[in-house]
Design a protein. Structure first.
Length: 49
């Protein structure tokens, strides 16, 4: 199952790369980037991942 998800993930990245390249004339994908964001309107709460 994990290998199938890896293939699906790679296919998604390829599709996004092609779409952004077509739409914006290019794109950069940074792999391994992680983020932390506050829920909308809840700046005093702990960030969610």
């Amino acid at each position: 199952m994990s290998e199938m998800l890896d293939v699906i993930h790679e296919d998604l990245l390829t599709a996004l790369t092609q779409e952004f390249t077509y739409t914006f004339g290019g794109c950069t994908i940074v792999r391994g980037l992680d983020g932390s964001y506050f829920p909308h309107g809840a700046m005093n709460n702990h960030p969610r991942r």
